[in-house]
Design a protein around this ligand. Structure first.
Ligand SMILES: *Cc1c(COP(=O)(O)O)cnc(C)c1O
Length: 373
């Protein structure tokens, strides 16, 4: 059994994918061109947003978004400590300071009621993460941002297609960032990323930044200092095929999650995923909580059932951020959930037999712990 089985997905669309790859190889347009332009239009339509700009990773989508709103040395950006390292890494890479705010343990997302006390005259932006496929409390976040004149950059790397009050992830803040890392819900066969925005000015800035600040009108005229962060045509073409299936896949993930919920909600002290009002969940990860997490994971490993811990060490305790001088106890909710979370295998093609086996072993595991206790 694999934690994630990407072969099943490839097999289901192999004909279309193989043809697409062949088409790109024969066209020999590998950077930019029609495939990238069409994919950008398709994502913009899918998200119902004015602009979508292809980039070479989700990390660069975040990094160039912060650059585009002018984040630099001396600035502060507010974010969550319970996320993938890239979210806060890009803030530091801009020369700015990540300011962490604790999470709501029910949703794993930033707790908006704790944001305002962290705002200073140096605060430039709020960077919420829509963790595991459920959007953060965007109304509350946007209200705080408007009141204090801050930008909002959404880290929607795990939430493409998720909705909040009918709006797609990435489209409520000033800029939204997606990742097409192969394991994401819309995964490339390599690296890829995207920024979406309704702002003419920010879209133009991102377009400049991703291509060395090169003028779109005159070759070898560079208007600002940028970098090379382009989405390549092969990935764009592959992602165009996959985008057609994304809504179906999200629905299938939600169905698999419901099945886990039904079967696991009464087992031991397991807390199944909690979905807040006004939004859906696209289950990039299916993550339960248990005080016996370590024992349970060990038991499942013995039974050859793969599980993952996202994330075992909150960012404020990472050696990489030791200069920020945070300490244990600073964000108790994030620290507590990092000791309790366990992600189970979930993907659109996972069979009911496999899910049944996982559920059975979880039940057996609890039976064993309780007998010992
Ligand atoms: C995957 C991910 C990223 C980074 O995306 P890459 O494409 O791997 O650079 C950023 N933030 C979160 C929350 C992610 O899950």
């Amino acid at each position: 059994m694999n934690f994630l089985d990407l072969t099943a997905q490839y097999k289901s669309i192999k004909g279309e994918i193989d043809e697409t790859i062949k088409r790109v190889l024969e066209n020999t347009v590998f950077i930019g061109g029609k495939e990238v332009e069409e994919f950008e239009k398709e994502i913009a339509r899918f998200c119902d947003v004015k602009y979508a700009i292809g980039l070479n990773s989700g990390t660069d989508a975040l990094f160039l978004s912060l650059k585009a709103i002018g984040v630099g040395p001396g600035d502060e950006v507010i974010t969550t400590p319970f996320t993938f390292i890239a979210t806060a890494g890009v803030i530091a890479n801009c020369g700015a300071k990540p300011i962490f705010v604790d999470i709501n343990p029910k949703t794993f997302n930033i707790d908006p009621s704790k944001i305002e006390e962290k705002i200073t005259e140096r605060t430039k932006a709020i960077l919420p993460v829509h963790l595991f496929g459920q959007m953060a409390d965007m109304d509350e976040i946007m209200e705080i941002a408007r009141k204090h004149n801050l930008f909002v950059v959404e880290d929607a790397a795990q939430a493409i297609g998720a909705e909040y009050k009918g709006k797609k992830a990435g489209t409520i803040g000033d800029l939204g960032c997606f990742s097409f890392f192969p394991s994401k819900n819309l995964g490339a066969y390599g690296d890829g990323g995207m920024v979406v925005t309704n702002s003419d000015e920010l879209a133009e800035k991102i377009r400049l930044l991703k291509n060395h600040g090169s003028s779109p009108k005159e070759k070898y005229l560079n208007l600002i200092i940028g970098t090379n962060s382009r989405l390549d045509a092969l990935q764009a073409a592959i992602l165009r095929v996959k985008l057609k299936y994304l809504s179906k896949w999200s629905k299938e993930r939600a169905e698999k999650a419901s099945y886990y919920n039904e079967e696991l909600k009464k087992v031991g002290d397991i807390v199944t995923p909690i979905i807040s009002s006004d939004r859906n969940h696209i289950f990039h990860q299916y993550t339960i909580r248990s005080k016996s997490r370590d024992e349970l994971q060990k038991y499942l490993k013995e039974k050859e059932i793969p599980t993952m811990i996202y994330y075992p060490l909150p960012l404020h305790l990472q050696p990489a951020f030791k200069d920020l001088a945070y300490k244990e106890g600073d964000f108790p909710e994030a620290e507590k959930v990092s000791k309790e979370v366990l992600s189970l295998p979930i993907y659109p093609e996972i069979s009911q037999e496999i899910q049944k086996l996982i559920i059975e072993e979880i039940k057996n595991g609890y039976f064993t712990f309780y007998r010992k206790a």
